[in-house]
Design a protein around this ligand. Structure first.
Ligand SMILES: [Ca+2]
Length: 192
């Protein structure tokens, strides 16, 4: 067989492997929302991070494609500069069209240049199932307590497109903020 044909076959095989991954996996989507703070100088040191800005710069989606998510914890970060001082909402989700038993696990979220509360999910108010300062579509099974599986401490949180969890944090005008977080893909044994 000629070399060109072999290359064509290799390319087809790679395409088909990619298509399978696209159908079967979940990715990570971290969404920043603010009413009137424009996020500028948005960047990430990782080539796997895709940054989508909308709503005249007041909304930012930070996407880690499904192809880059693994079953081991990996850190990611991104940086932006807020145009004004105030509060920014941040949501942690999974990407669309993921199989029902797949989740993105998040842990050890921190911010440089802003104060981020309970990013390791270790603080709970007495008798409350959700970690302090976090809210959203929290179901009990999304909060996982297992020091062997957590990236830090005991607790981490699972998310999907339709089960985001969120918090907010304060920023200072023109002071760059870098958000760092750890993610991994989790497959639950049975779909809901
Ligand atoms: Ca933790």
């Amino acid at each position: 067989m000629k070399k060109a044909s072999l290359l064509a076959i290799a390319a087809l095989a790679a395409l088909s492997a990619q298509a399978q991954t696209t159908e079967k996996s979940i990715g990570s989507d971290v969404r920043l929302l603010s009413k009137d703070i424009v996020l500028s100088d948005v960047s990430s040191s990782s080539a796997s991070v895709k940054l989508n800005q909308k709503a005249e710069g007041t909304r930012l989606d930070v996407i880690i494609d499904q192809a880059f998510l693994s079953s081991e914890w990996a850190p990611y970060s991104f940086t932006f500069t807020p145009s004004a001082s105030g509060t920014i909402n941040i949501e942690f989700r999974g990407t669309k069209e993921a199989p029902a038993n797949q989740y993105v696990a998040y842990d050890t979220i921190s911010a440089q240049g802003a104060e981020f509360r309970n990013g390791g999910f270790e603080d709970f108010a007495p008798g409350k199932p959700s970690p302090k300062f976090w809210w959203g579509e929290f179901k009990q099974e999304q909060v996982c307590k297992n020091p062997e599986l957590a990236q830090s401490g005991t607790t981490f949180v699972l998310s999907r497109q339709d089960k985001p969890f969120r918090t907010n944090f304060k920023v200072t005008a023109n002071q760059p903020v870098t958000i760092t977080y750890f993610i991994k893909r989790v497959m639950l044994e049975s779909a809901e």
